[in-house]
Design a protein around this ligand. Sequence first.
Ligand SMILES: [Mg+2]
Length: 228
Amino acid sequence: MAPIPFDRSSIDTVIFDFDGTLARLNIDFEQMRREVASVIDRWGVDSRSLHNRFVLEMIGETETLLGNHSANKAASFTREAFRMIEAIEVEAALNGALFDGVKELFTELRKVPLQTGIITRNCEKAVRTVFPDIRDYCPVVVCRNDVQRVKPHPEQINLALSRLGGTSGRCIMIGDHPIDIETGKNAGTRTAGVLTGHFRKEDFLQAGADLVLSEAPEILKRLRPELS
Ligand SMILES: [Mg+2]
């Protein structure tokens, strides 16, 4: 198969993940999982049956199970669980920071010109804690509060693209987790993994990424080769 071209003629929109891709938040997902499990158990659902799931999916499945008996109970549980994880996310955000060069990256992408968006499973409050002036740099930010179904479902990319007036065929999704690659594929975008999170090049190639970058700002060299 011919290599997929990555240049200004084939890409007009770049969508980034947030945590681990543009910023370091150091969320303790194991602590979050333990605390969510204890809330789930307290609401009468056996959390051990959900131990292989990501935290948001644990909450979603428990909501469905409780909702089979009582919509009110399901809604109360979900409010409590989200209050709890938001507290952990905002606490992590207070100790987090944008990676070097991220603001410059958005400024340079705008000059190309390329459209940009950010999609994240995190909550808006935590994102704004780390990056208060985010809208000055990136016009479209889709957090979990903005959609029904988060990554790896394509809804977040689709919403970002519709707000930007972009199309998946001319978009690249960049993230630090194989779930970001899966999300891009589900939406029909090109995909790139970055090594600023906890995954290695092989993990992204196995996930089917079109490209692996050492860090997000490296995409500029691909889309503006005259800079390299
Ligand atoms: Mg991430």
